[in-house]
Design a protein around this ligand. Structure first.
Ligand SMILES: [Zn+2]
Length: 413
């Protein structure tokens, strides 16, 4: 009996492998875990439950309470450390295993892609879902839709070669969206103004009109995909907001009028402030004199935008805009710390990195809080983050999809 079942399973594995899908590893469910003696931070209201017990099973939070751990479950003694939901990085270009691991070890259990080549975001997320790697989970976007798309797109999909001469008509914009949707991406990323991180482009210059972006938004909606719009300059950002994008990325030069429109429509702002600091400093992802000069101009403008957006009540999320390369200095914990420097309460900054990000991703019923039934994505930090926000820059435990991604609880051993 056992052998025949085993044989059937082996056959089904082969058939999955033959269809070029990664082998399903659903049988390797994560080991059940009980976290005890935790100070559990409720990120919805800032209440802290001392001596909390959190039971994780099959990748979900099974129970949250204050009782003893159930028998037969591996116990992690938190010894009073503070437990929070896993952090959300709403803007990354991570595109390899080492990069995703750096994100995970910084406490990030969910990222939203802001454009990568070869649909590696889709591939990595499949490996997370089938249990090959613990995380972070990836909300995918594929190729950045812009007038000159990355050429790898056409090596992968030569049928779209007509887009190589430029994505400059509404018909081609719709096709660029379809190229991405055909690979199963969750979001569409567009360029609404030119880039800041290349010396020969002006980030204030508008790229696509409101009418063009509206066509992109409509095309994306055919598969229920929202749109994230790179926009520094105000005119391009306003066009994107009016066209119905769900988030503005960066937003350096936003006017009050554009922020008001975002507030009215519920458009999210993902300022990626820390990466603009990186422009102004040696090392990091950017180390180019012309970009340093630009960054020194942009940084106070972006700071002013974030302060005004926060005062107006615009929905603000944390994104890094890093690829988590080996020289990257940009992390979600730093972004949240900068939000506090710009007038957020620590709770508001943590919400930007958790529940607010989850809402933007339309995953508010799955991630962003430590509550029964949610995905087992959580971190532990040394201090009370509502008093010392910088503590979230250095998590001592990271659990993603129920799997331990980082465990530094017990150095004494
Ligand atoms: Zn970016």
């Amino acid at each position: 009996m056992f052998r025949s079942i085993h044989f059937v399973l082996a056959l089904s594995w082969l058939s999955v492998a033959a269809s070029a899908q990664p082998p399903s590893r659903a049988s390797d469910a994560p080991e059940p875990l009980a976290l005890v003696n935790a100070n559990l931070v409720n990120v919805r209201d800032g209440r802290i439950t001392p001596n909390a017990t959190i039971v994780l099973r099959a990748g979900r939070i099974e129970t949250v309470g204050t009782g003893a751990a159930p028998s037969g479950v591996k116990v992690l003694d938190l010894k009073g450390k503070y437990v929070l939901p896993g952090l959300i990085d709403a803007h990354t270009h991570a595109d390899n295993f080492a990069a995703f691991r750096r994100a995970l070890e910084s406490g990030v259990t969910t990222v939203r892609s802001a454009g990568v080549s070869n649909f590696v975001d889709v591939g990595f997320n499949t490996l997370v879902k089938n249990g090959t790697v613990p995380g972070p989970s990836v909300v995918t976007a594929g190729y950045h839709v812009r007038p000159q798309m990355a050429q790898e797109a056409f090596l992968g999909d030569p049928a779209y070669a007509d887009l190589m001469t430029g994505v400059t008509t509404i018909e081609k914009m719709r096709r660029a969206v379809q190229l991405n949707l055909s690979h199963g991406v969750d979001w569409i990323k567009i360029l609404a103004t030119e880039r800041a991180g290349t010396a020969d482009t002006d980030p204030r210059k508008q790229v696509y009109s409101e009418e063009e972006i509206r066509a992109i938004v409509q095309e994306a909606a055919s598969r229920n995909a929202p749109v994230e719009a790179h926009a520094h300059g105000d005119e391009g950002a306003m066009a994107a907001v009016k066209a119905g994008v769900r988030s503005i990325e960066h937003g350096t030069y936003l006017s009050d009028a554009t922020l008001q429109e975002m507030k009215r429509r519920g458009t999210y702002l993902d300022p990626t402030y820390t990466t603009v600091i990186d422009l102004t400093e040696a090392g990091g992802d950017y180390d180019v004199p012309a970009l340093r000069i630009r960054g020194e101009h942009m940084l106070p403008r972006l700071r002013d935008t974030v302060v005004r957006a926060h005062r107006l009540g615009v929905l603000i999320v944390t994104g890094t805009d890093t690829g988590y390369g080996p020289t990257s200095l940009t992390r979600v914990g730093q972004e949240a710390t900068h939000f506090v420097e710009m007038g957020f309460t620590p709770l508001e900054a943590i919400q930007s990195a958790t529940v607010r990000g989850a809402e933007m991703l339309r995953l508010e019923k799955a991630i962003g809080v430590v509550e029964t039934g949610f995905e087992a994505d959580l971190i532990a930090v040394e201090k009370n983050p509502l008093e010392t926000i910088t503590t979230i820059q250095d998590p001592v435990l990271v659990i993603s999809n129920g799997r331990v991604g980082l465990d530094r609880l017990n150095f004494a051993r």
